[in-house]
Write a protein that binds this ligand. Structure first.
Ligand SMILES: [Fe+2]
Length: 290
């Protein structure tokens, strides 16, 4: 897998500590929760499509039925699609274009981003991993400052979207204003991930819970995301002009298990390359033990 990764912040807190903390969370910590052993799902393949609710952000403002759908997504489905989210389509297209171009750059060029002191902190994973052997290196004329500023803009918009969404979580769950919102901080990690086709009996990404508060995922048309529901794997196919949202362990903890984190994996079996752009929103652990 090829990763282009940024840490971000939208307040004055030192994000580098957060990033170190976020990246130190490993699968051993996740396994402290009682989960079905991974081995059980080693060759798991989704046969059904998860009927995750499509939540219309605009309708949430005035339609109580949309709120009920959101409740259903939070409490039962574990995943939702977000439509009418308000993120500029041109910005989305540009993120996709630049990610693909960046992936093809020679390592020396990619290293320039690592050293670039811009708005974002670059964790170096785009540089420690080699692009796939079959990839073609093109000396595209990418302006590193532009890559940084483009992702910064995208992250800013996704962060605003996440905060709006969390305020609707409070309404859907019948919580007082700020109960969740005051506990999620706009710090996180933005990835641009590229997967090769997953070989038979292998994973693109093995089954796991996201450890953060929530994840907003933009994915391409390749598909391959799978989620576990009631001991069964379901595929979560791309739906045009939507983001996929799933809930992490922190939200499950804060909500006393009312919202459950969803076990999921990635297996790209349909396209030579699969791209996804997850934005992970976390929380300072010290703040959640209130
Ligand atoms: Fe995940």
């Amino acid at each position: 897998m090829f990763t282009l990764s940024f840490a971000f912040k939208t307040s004055n807190r030192d994000t580098s500590n957060y990033l170190r903390h976020f990246l130190s969370i490993n699968h051993k910590e996740k396994s402290m929760r009682k989960i079905t052993p991974e081995e059980k799902f080693k060759n798991a393949r989704a046969k059904k499509v998860l009927s995750a609710p499509v939540i219309d952000m605009e309708r949430l403002l005035y339609d109580s039925k949309e709120n009920e759908k959101l409740y259903e997504a939070l409490v039962n489905a574990g995943f939702l699609y977000l439509s009418n989210h308000g993120i500029d389509k041109n910005l989305i297209q540009e993120i996709k274009r630049v990610s693909a171009e960046f992936y093809h750059l020679p390592a020396s060029k990619r290293k320039e981003l690592e050293d670039f002191k811009g708005n974002l902190i670059h964790d170096g994973s785009a540089f420690s991993l080699s692009p796939f052997a079959k990839s073609i290196e093109k000396d595209a004329n990418i302006d590193i400052e532009y890559v940084d500023s483009l992702f910064y803009k995208y992250i800013g918009e996704i962060t605003n979207l996440a905060l709006r969404l969390v305020s609707f979580f409070e309404i859907a769950l019948g919580l007082e204003k700020g109960r969740l919102l005051n506990r999620v901080e706009p710090h996180g990690v933005q990835n641009a991930l590229c997967y090769e086709r997953t070989p038979p009996k292998k994973w693109g990404v093995p089954g796991h819970y996201d450890n953060g508060f929530l994840t907003i995922l933009m994915q391409d048309d390749a598909g391959g995301l799978q989620a576990m529901s009631k001991d069964e794997w379901f595929s979560i196919p791309p739906v045009k002009d939507t983001f996929v949202v799933n809930f992490g362990n922190m939200l499950e903890h804060i909500s006393y298990g009312v919202v459950t984190a969803t076990w999921h994996n990635v297996r790209n079996t349909s396209a030579p390359l699969r791209w996804s752009w997850p934005t992970f929103f976390g929380k300072w652990f010290l703040h959640i033990f209130y």
